[in-house]
Design a protein around this ligand. Sequence first.
Ligand code: PLP
Length: 393
Amino acid sequence: MSRAYLEVDSARLSTNIETFRRLVGPDVILAPTVKANAYGHGLGLAAAAFVEGGADWLCVDSIEEAQALRLLGTTCPLYVFGYVPLDDLGRVPELDVRLVVYNAETVQALAALGRPVRIHLKLETGNHRQGVDANTMVELAELIRRAPHLELEGLSSHFANIEDTTDHAYARAQLATFAAGVDRLKDAGHDVKIRHLSNTAAALLWPEQRFEMVRIGIGAYGHWPSKETQIAAVLTGRSSISLYPALRWCTRVAQIKALPKGSFVGYGCTYKSTHDTQIAVVPVGYADGYDRGLSNLGYVLIRGQRAPIRGRVCMNMFMVDVTDVAGVSLEDEVVLLGSQGDEALTAEQLASWAGTIQYEVLARIGAHLPRLSVRGPAPTESEPSAYRAPRGV
Ligand SMILES: *Cc1c(COP(=O)(O)O)cnc(C)c1O
């Protein structure tokens, strides 16, 4: 067993997909994204669990991720929604992937391949990331029509702030811009089969706006996109939706030592013990994706109890205070994320302590750490949500 590893409950990943299937209905293309090593869960493992749960397509950021899935034997349709450099476009037909496109150079390079490619244009609706305005969209659609092997299969866009607020005026305006773009394309004689702009928050809050496909990410991994999204769900009577996190990030105690009162711990001598202290060394650090922002702030679980981090998180280790953890021994299991006994540390808690979001906490977990597929206890309706209040007094 390695120094540190992740346990991923594949059954929970499948269960989350089934939940989204019930929300959006049987006819919508359910396309969870497995970008960023499946939000840290492990590409192959998560892809298999999603397909088992009833996912129709998988979304990836890059052509490399698409290739990795094909090498793993994934046969379902793949949609690449990140940038593919012009000199990599030759791999698109050979990997049989759909591609988002938002510039003429890409259309021309794809046309020059002379092989069938299905394209999804991206309409700018207010995120000002990828995407083109409606006039350019029609121009690109004309370019695609003139290329005999290219098919304009889809039209997409992406929300800017649907998960950041309970006031969805901006997201509604984006939706209206998208609908106008669809009409504009239709008037120009282009009938796209697959329209899509829903992420997790939109799929949860506005399942009626699903169009032909939804691209869900964080929700497929059992996490709400934000507190605001969860509050908005309650306000709109959707409080019964349950999502189940699937990850435990584990390591083991590497050393235990007794420090007299007044000892400094770690680089920079940022922590000084105020009493005689038992310290345990935890062999994971920021190079493994454990946020250095948790220095002197976070906790781990040992023997079902919280042990606070003392001093700075180093590249591959950090120290915790186990003075009050009875019987702690060398190689005891240490849980960095997930549950142990009656205690749990959620990605949301780690994110709030480190000043980031659960997306980043998950996506940064080192791809070099092994992921083990496990089957934990079946989810129950009474399971606490990610934003639960701590238990106890
Ligand atoms: C990451 C991503 C998604 C999924 O977003 P979630 O908030 O995780 O559901 C959907 N669409 C695009 C284009 C993305 O980049």
